[in-house]
Design a protein around this ligand. Structure first.
Ligand code: NAD
Length: 348
């Protein structure tokens, strides 16, 4: 009896090493551009998707989340954590992996690392929102919080929006030095700043991507002038926000999936009647994007399962004709589907 499984048992597994090779092979800016379009295309199909707030398991240190969705043909989920105190111990704040499956048989299609992929898809989602909400011809971006997500955010805004200057600030100067070093040959003008106020001077787009398990105030109301777009990605958990609530009172706020963002986003600080627009409605023309030059737009991003679905499908398509994966026999494959025990005996 054969001990090796048949082809049915195998799916591609994209390790961290292979994800790095894939991104360099296609080029990070072109991956970010294509991923932005992939996420936007799925947002345009919003009504087809199964949607629910993610399942979150909270602890004193952080959160572990499962993020599932399906468009009726494919199903995906991501496992992801958020532990702001991790970096002090040498661990990352955010680490993830995910799976894409077919709906008709329920069989998995691909398993992949998603720590890098989350940084890419979060940056792509930020760029998608900025494409419709930021002032036209935005050239200067402020980036507050210079950790793991930072360079991805800057490069997506460069590739998709055409940002020319990025202004950096982090409470830890070593993080800013790291980001400035990583971006030195990116073609962006990089300006390191010593506080948030200085960072946002002249910026049309302000991205906050800090990590602190607290109601933090990265931006106060007096710092925010008319006509800017705020891309807030670090407030993504109950009790974890970045903006003073007075800014929200002046801003036109877009969200991913309202029921999830009411629990996790900046808007957890506001009462349930605070008006928000689900971003897909902007794409469908059901709601205005930026309607005047003085408007303050806010994309209150927490990260939603459809963005991971888009990223998984994107990577799955990109694998074709490459060797950026290993095959793993993740599924038991009995010769007779009902003879699972008989299959076990292959290795007896
Ligand atoms: N919205 C989404 O889809 C999404 C996706 C991924 C990560 N996130 C969130 O984005 C945030 C950043 O993630 P990361 O992986 O880059 O984390 P990280 O820990 O690598 O970096 C966070 C940085 O923020 C800095 N910081 C903390 N408080 C600050 C303050 N008051 N002012 C300035 N800088 C400050 C830290 O020094 C650190 O360098 C996290 O909160 C994470 O949960 C959101």
């Amino acid at each position: 009896m054969p001990t090796a499984p048949s082809e049915l048992a195998y799916i591609p597994f994209v390790s961290v090493e292979n994800m790095m090779r894939l991104v360099h092979h296609f080029g990070i800016e072109s991956v970010l551009l294509e991923l932005t379009d992939a996420v936007e295309n799925d947002y345009r199909r919003w009504e087809l998707f199964e949607k629910s707030p993610r399942l979150a398991s909270h602890s004193d240190q952080g959160v572990i989340e499962l993020m599932p969705t399906s468009d009726g043909e494919a199903f995906s989920f991501k496992y992801v954590n958020g532990h702001p105190s991790n970096t002090a111990k040498g661990f990352q704040t955010v680490a993830a992996f995910g799976l894409l499956a077919r709906v008709d048989t329920g069989y998995p299609l691909m398993l992949t690392e998603m720590t890098l992929l989350t940084a890419l898809r979060t940056a792509a989602t930020s760029a998608m929102a900025a494409r419709h909400l930021a002032p036209a011809n935005a050239e200067v971006m402020a980036l507050i919080g210079n950790g793991a997500q930072a360079e991805f955010q800057a490069l997506a805004m460069k590739a998709v929006i055409g940002i020319k200057e990025v202004r950096l600030f982090d409470i830890d100067p070593k993080a800013t030095e790291k980001t400035a070093r990583n971006l030195q040959n990116s073609g962006l003008r990089v300006v390191s700043c010593s506080n948030s106020q200085e960072t946002i001077e002249g910026a049309q787009i302000v991205t906050t991507c800090t990590a602190d398990k607290a109601y933090a105030t990265i931006l106060t109301d007096n710092m925010v002038g008319a006509g800017i777009h705020i891309n807030a990605i670090g407030g993504d958990c109950p009790g974890k926000t970045e903006l003073h609530k007075d800014i929200l009172a002046r801003a036109d706020t877009s969200v991913e999936f309202e029921p999830q963002t009411r629990i996790e986003g900046e808007i957890q600080q506001m009462d349930a009647t605070y008006p928000v627009t689900e971003f897909w409605k902007v794409l469908h023309g059901h709601a205005p994007g930026r309607s005047d030059a003085r408007q303050i737009t806010l994309f209150d991003s927490v990260g939603f399962a459809i963005e991971d679905f888009s990223a998984l499908r994107y990577v799955f398509d990109k694998l074709k004709g490459t060797d950026f994966f290993q095959k793993i026999d993740i599924l038991a494959d009995p010769d007779d589907p009902r003879d699972l025990f008989g299959m076990l005996q292959r290795a007896a």
